[in-house]
Design a protein around this ligand. Structure first.
Ligand code: PLP
Length: 381
């Protein structure tokens, strides 16, 4: 029996999403074709668009389907940075929080524009005072884009986006919000948060891997990153991936229906946290608002990699705090930005719960983790 506690990496596919995908795969038709088959495919795409729009409070006509969160981030940041280049309306600089996902940091760097990093405090919350004063220094009136994520992938810390949006808009800028970890896990309303652009991804909350969306009001000019056909109102070319989009829509509708499980997921998380804290671990961002299902903790003398391996052998899937795609562990820049020492960053573990998590998963984690840590402590004694 396995216990999957790595929802922030990828959540298990919801049954509703799988059924919608199978249904779509059984049909033929390009969603841009005018015949009946094409119109049916288009209807599936538009139903999914409405479900995603409702999930994140996007403006009407403001959902652009992409191949995932990374592409949505690229389409938003590069799409803005590349528009009106050479004119007074061109984006002149970017402000990026210190805890952004590499997809944001690397895309920002690749624009070639000056990128200023805004610090976070010891809880991982963006320093709004610093944001305000940096923007006040930016007094040449040139357009700028600020990028702040809604919830952090490693710690689950939720940022004060509404307050940041007011500061950014007062200074004449635009705000991009990476909501990849937040959407489907906490209520998200793009319009009420004041986000001009937002990225979401299906596989973080029970939809398929490889589909996401850029949220941007239809009147916000963006230079398309993918050119070719006129799909997605000329904002993202390429034949629609109907099955993936249908799965995304079904997952979005299902996650809205079980938003009531968040209290239960928080209780499961708190059970895990109490157990690791009792053994001497430190929980990152414990004092501030976080995703209901994310625990990021550092246990002295117990490296993240060792924890992941010991738990895997005991049937529990989790990630090291510095989960990274290359497989090479390095201290997490997110925890480092929060003031973690190298040892703390290297001993970080991320346990992430989601729609399918149960108290029995937490109990299995606690039993495996405490006995593995006891062995490490005994060896060190
Ligand atoms: N942004 C955040 C905060 C993430 O956690 C991730 C995925 O880990 C991404 C962006 C990238 O999303 P995708 O895997 O859909 O490309």
């Amino acid at each position: 029996m396995r216990h999957y506690l790595d929802h922030n990496a990828t959540a298990p596919l919801r049954a509703e999403a799988k059924a919608a995908m199978i249904d779509a795969l059984d049909r033929v038709g390009n969603a841009s074709a005018v015949h009946a088959e094409g119109r049916e495919a288009r209807a599936a795409v538009e139903a999914a668009r409405e479900a995603v729009r409702a999930l994140v409070g996007a403006p009407v006509g403001g959902v652009v389907f992409t191949s995932g969160g990374t592409e949505a981030i690229h389409a938003g940041i590069s799409g803005l940075a590349n528009r009106n280049v050479g004119s007074d309306n061109a984006i002149a600089r970017l402000f990026v929080s210190a805890v952004e996902h590499p997809a944001v940091l690397k895309t920002a760097e690749a624009t070639g524009l000056p990128v200023e990093i805004i610090s976070v405090d010891a809880n991982g919350v963006v320093d709004l005072q610093q944001l305000r004063s940096r923007l006040a220094d930016n007094d040449d009136g040139a357009p700028f884009l600020a990028t702040i994520m809604l919830a952090n992938n490693e710690t689950g810390v939720v940022q004060p986006i509404r307050a940041a949006a007011d500061i950014i808009h007062d200074a004449g800028g635009l705000l991009f919000v990476d909501a990849v970890q937040a959407a489907g896990k906490i209520p998200v309303n793009c319009t009420m948060l004041g986000a001009d652009l937002m990225a979401v991804s299906a596989h973080k909350f029970g939809g398929p891997i490889g589909v996401g969306a850029l949220i941007a009001a239809p009147n916000l000019p963006l230079e398309p990153v993918l050119r070719g056909g006129g799909q997605e109102e000329n904002r993202r070319a390429g034949t629609h991936n109907v099955a993936a989009i249908a799965g995304f829509g079904a997952a979005a509708a299902a996650t809205r229906d079980d938003i009531g499980r968040h209290t239960e997921i928080t209780a499961i998380r708190d059970h895990i946290e109490a157990a690791v804290v009792a053994e001497g671990a430190r929980v990152w961002g414990a004092g501030v608002e976080r995703l209901p299902g994310t625990v990021c903790c550092s246990a002295p003398g117990f490296s993240g990699e060792t924890q992941v391996m010991a738990l895997d052998m005991a049937g529990v899937a989790v990630s090291a705090g510095s989960a990274c795609s290359s497989g090479k562990a390095r201290p997490s820049p997110v925890l480092t930005a929060m003031g973690a020492t190298e040892d703390e960053a290297k001993s970080a573990l991320r346990v992430s719960l989601g729609w399918s998590s149960m108290m029995a998963d937490a109990d299995a984690f606690i039993a495996a983790w405490t006995s593995a840590y006891a062995r490490v402590k005994a060896r060190a004694a």
